[in-house]
Design a protein around this ligand. Structure first.
Ligand code: ZN
Length: 222
């Protein structure tokens, strides 16, 4: 076996080309499983603005689908199984199913540097890079995560979660001039209570952003 084919063989082991949901050979999500996704349609989205008792800082929120079934598997593979190659597929799905606002720039929810080192990449940044390319919106890394609140996913109680979000993000001083008066689009992968996107939006508005819109891949809310 030639060197190249061994390399190709190994690459296929790391990034197997089969449906992550049903293991059928082909794309990371086969057509059948794609149809099994619970997409939100207009008027059917969870109304986070009404449920959130706190002030809401973003202007518009679009959520693509429910965090369950094939989409849940794809996001988990991207986050925990090193399946970085899924990011472009998810970006194309966002572009297809949402109305991407013509913002001045696209940013994403950052990871704490420790978590970034451990995972090797920020899954939201990976999705944003492809989405920015196909939507022709420049991608900017505007926020940093200063507190590593790792147990966040386990926090079910909304109030605790909201309190824990305060002060977890910051905006580096050099980013302030590019934010002022701009229309910014934030990308996040999974929405639990909305505390994360609201805190990120609050900071961007505080820094002078004219408008902040949010797009999220999947929601845990029904
Ligand atoms: Zn499938």
């Amino acid at each position: 076996m030639a060197k190249l084919s061994i390399r190709h063989f190994l690459l296929e082991l790391i990034f197997p080309e089969f449906c992550l949901n049903c293991q059928k050979l082909g794309p990371s999500l086969c057509a059948n499983c794609y149809h099994g996704l619970n997409f939100y349609f207009q008027g059917q989205k969870p109304n986070i603005v009404e449920e959130n008792k706190e002030q809401v800082y973003f202007d518009q929120l679009q959520i693509m689908a429910q965090f369950r079934g094939p989409l849940q598997k794809l996001i988990k593979a991207l986050k925990y199984q090193n399946a970085k190659n899924i990011a472009p597929l998810l970006a194309k799905m966002l572009h297809r199913h949402l109305k991407i606002p013509s913002a001045d720039m696209l940013t994403f929810i950052p990871l704490h540097p420790k978590k970034l080192r451990w995972r090797g990449y920020n899954q939201c940044q990976e999705i944003a890079l492809t989405l920015g390319e196909i939507s022709k919106i420049p991608v900017q890394n505007l926020l940093i995560k200063t507190i590593n609140n790792q147990a966040q996913a386990q926090i079910k109680e909304q109030k605790t979660r909201k309190e824990r979000m305060k002060g977890v993000f910051a905006i580096p001083t050099q980013n302030l001039p590019i934010i002022k008066n701009k229309h910014i689009l934030i990308l996040d992968d999974v929405l639990t209570t909305g505390a994360t996107i609201n805190e990120a939006s609050r900071l961007l508005k505080l820094a002078g952003a004219r408008r902040v819109d949010v797009i999220v891949l999947a929601s845990k809310m029904d």
